[in-house]
Design a binder for this molecule. Structure first.
Ligand code: ATP
Ligand code: MG
Length: 663
């Protein structure tokens, strides 16, 4: 296998000021095996069919994957852009589609969720059992005065009650707004206020790295100051810790949901009825309250889940490791797997509790066939070393997925070789909270995959890479990622702020959705994500992508993770500053390793990309969803006070970095 990463310095004379330099070249390609391709649930025909008539393609998916209470009259109404309406006139109930209909179809005994708690407790729910739980929760919420259109704030750990709560809201037409359980009381309060939530559903606490960890005190603190709209707080008993109790607001889940009636009839809601509000990860700044509605969202999440994961619901065991606090935990834990009648695993804790093999133990225990996780986790496992996964039976795995950040080619190779026995296809899926569902990804039975590239738009999705002027870039060059046509799961706006919606996404390029990410097309036309456009570096007039230099660093055997930023520099305008974490078995040889890594980048990419400074650090600043927060590193690199770090997962990281800088 050869990897030809050729230099870019030759391109210096022909550089385009408005596009990225094209740095990395990837020649490795992994076509699906003949067997995989022959048994794939979706073939290349879907691309051709969708190209002929996109709305018709999606209408067909909507009708074949979902059960409608009232059929729709029109697939897409785009008469008032950028405000789209999908499946106009249709009526549908998300919870009925996820649950009741499977039971009615004789699948009541199929396991819907295998839950694994961090301390080692486990329970499972069949479709019949989960349906009853959701009906009870729907009855309980209604009895607390929650009705169609009301907002419910959800502040729960990764336990089945989270899925039950979301589906119960959807059932009665209430709009859920999940706030990740790791967020502070202030973050929770601002989201409760923004959505004017009537009900909060939380738990006493959860388990984190072997220890009980509290949730309810943050709710108490959030609701301490008056002026909020919350009428009740329903509390799941999870870790049994002592908590303060407010008789005016608080109710135990077991006393409300636990005692509620088990019959509840689901009625259809308008296709455009709001399903949920969810705030973005906050990687680049203040999170935005993204609004999703029902029919289009369910259609694209269900279609993509089936097509991209080659789902065979009778035999597959699907495991998406994302927390329900993020969009991935909405689309590919709560909704799509259940809509598609799949069996899935849900895990409460961290990958290192009680030991670093916990995930692989879970894969082995449940015979997981499809694993969907984030590059940050894969790079962590690389750092810990392959001996750990090698100690488990992972032969059940037949497909691996990645989401959340670009996956560096070497991390992709490690994932395939070590976790996927060098044969499972990997689907690198690009999408956002705003897109609701996967947008750019290989199809595992169709696409010959390439390490590090998300490659091609999903059938029925019109993605492009354009230059500063909005013109498509030719193959071999980079620019801005845009979406040209409305898509079913697209956000319908920012909650309560239609102007900010237009301004943020639709003002940069005329008639196109601007995703905020840089991208390039390689020689084959495949799409590579290059990082946030805010993070693009300009080195002596060359526009370089953080992702590509990071990938070059991670391709060195000593490096597990890397983050690159452009820091102001008197001679070159900006200079490349790299922060690296070494692999477990690599020793920090001080200047030697730094010099070696600089030369390595020079060799892989070209002299222009050589970092001016490389700092070996113990950790990198990440959002709670595991994304590197480069803007904080840029502050450090430019010697500034570190900016807003409220979405940082570990507050001590920045001081650890400052400490290693002083050394
Ligand atoms: P904020 O918008 O508040 O800064 P965020 O963009 O991190 O936060 P999300 O919606 O969770 O919030 O993340 C979407 C972003 O994650 C994408 O815009 C992209 O930058 C990155 N991303 C997701 N999947 C991939 C992928 N497969 N390859 C490269 N980047 C990805
Ligand atoms: Mg974003």
């Amino acid at each position: 296998m050869s990897q030809d990463i050729s230099g870019s310095s030759a391109a210096a004379g022909t550089k385009q000021a408005d596009a990225f330099e094209n740095l990395l070249h990837e020649n490795r390609s992994f076509p699906p095996s003949a067997e995989f391709a022959a048994n794939a649930v979706v073939t290349a025909d879907d691309y051709a069919e969708a190209d002929k008539d996109r709305p018709a393609f999606w209408a067909k998916q909507a009708r074949s994957l979902l059960s409608w209470d009232k059929d729709f009259d029109q697939a897409l109404d785009w008469s008032n852009p950028p405000f789209a309406k999908w499946f106009v006139g249709g009526e549908i109930n998300a919870a009925y589609n996820a649950l009741d209909r499977h039971v009615e179809n004789g699948l009541g005994d199929r396991v819907a969720i295998y839950f694994e708690g961090e301390p080692g407790d486990s329970r499972s729910y069949t479709y019949a059992q989960l349906t009853v739980e959701v009906k009870k929760a729907a009855n309980a919420f209604e009895s607390l005065g929650v009705s169609k259109g009301d907002r419910v704030a959800v502040y729960l750990p990764m336990i089945p009650e989270a899925v039950i709560t979301l589906l119960a809201c959807a059932r009665i037409g209430a709009v859920h707004s999940v706030v990740f359980g790791g967020f502070s009381a202030e973050a929770l309060r601002s989201r409760i206020d923004d959505a004017e939530a009537k009900l909060v559903v939380t738990a006493d606490g959860t388990y984190r790295r072997g220890k009980p960890s509290a949730l309810k005190p943050a709710v108490d603190a959030a609701l301490e100051a008056s002026g909020h709209t919350v009428q009740h707080v329903v509390v799941v008993k999870r870790n049994g810790q002592d908590i303060a109790w407010n008789d005016d607001l608080d109710l135990w889940w077991e006393d409300t949901v636990g005692t509620a009636a088990t019959e509840h009839t689901a009625v259809g809601h308008d296709s455009e009825h709001p399903l949920f509000i969810l705030y973005t990860s906050g990687t680049t700044g203040k999170p935005k309250g993204i609004l999703h509605t029902t029919g289009g969202y369910l259609t694209q999440t269900a279609y993509s889940h089936r097509a991209v994961f080659d789902l065979k619901p009778e035999t597959d065991v699907f495991w998406c490791t994302a927390d329900v606090g993020w969009v991935t935990g909405h689309s590919y834990v709560t909704y799509a797997p259940l809509i598609n009648g799949a069996t899935q695993v849900m895990y409460e804790g961290t990958p290192d509790s009680p030991h670093q093999g916990r995930w692989w133990e879970i894969v082995q225990k449940y015979g997981v066939t499809i694993l969907y996780t984030a590059p940050t986790a894969i790079r962590t496992f690389m750092k810990w070393g392959r001996d750990i996964p090698d100690g488990y039976d992972l032969t059940s795995l037949r497909l691996l997925g990645s989401v959340g950040e670009s996956i560096n080619p070497e991390a992709w190779m490690w994932y395939r070789k070590v976790i996927g026995a060098d044969k499972t296809p990997i689907v690198d899926t690009w999408w956002q909270t705003e897109t609701g569902a996967q947008m750019i990804t290989p199809l595992p039975g169709v696409t010959a995959t390439k390490p590090g590239s998300a490659q091609v738009p999903l059938p029925g999705i019109a993605v492009d890479v354009v230059d500063e002027m909005g013109e498509p870039v030719p193959n071999g060059s980079g620019g801005y990622l845009v979406i040209r046509e409305p898509w079913p799961a697209m956000l319908r706006g920012i909650w309560g702020d239609p102007e900010r919606y237009k301004e943020t996404y639709w003002s940069r390029f005329d008639g196109m959705y601007f995703a905020g990410d840089g991208a390039k097309r390689d020689e084959d036309g495949d799409i590579w994500l290059l990082g946030r456009v805010d993070d693009v570096m300009n080195i002596s007039g060359h526009r370089l992508s953080t992702t590509e230099i990071e990938s070059a660093l991670v391709s060195h055997p000593a490096v597990a993770e890397a983050a690159v930023v452009g820091a102001a520099d008197e001679t070159t305008g900006q200079a490349v500053v790299a922060f690296v974490i070494l692999r477990g078995n690599a020793v920090d040889t001080g200047d030697d390793i730094v010099q070696e890594l600089r030369n390595h980048v020079g060799k892989e990419i070209g002299p222009i990309a050589k970092p001016r400074t490389i700092l070996v650090v113990p950790e990198l600043p990440k959002t709670r969803s595991g994304k590197i927060m480069r803007r904080l590193l840029k502050d450090v690199a430019e010697g500034r006070e570190v900016g807003d770090a409220s979405t940082l997962s570990d507050k001590t990281v920045m001081s650890q970095i400052a400490e290693s800088l002083r050394k």
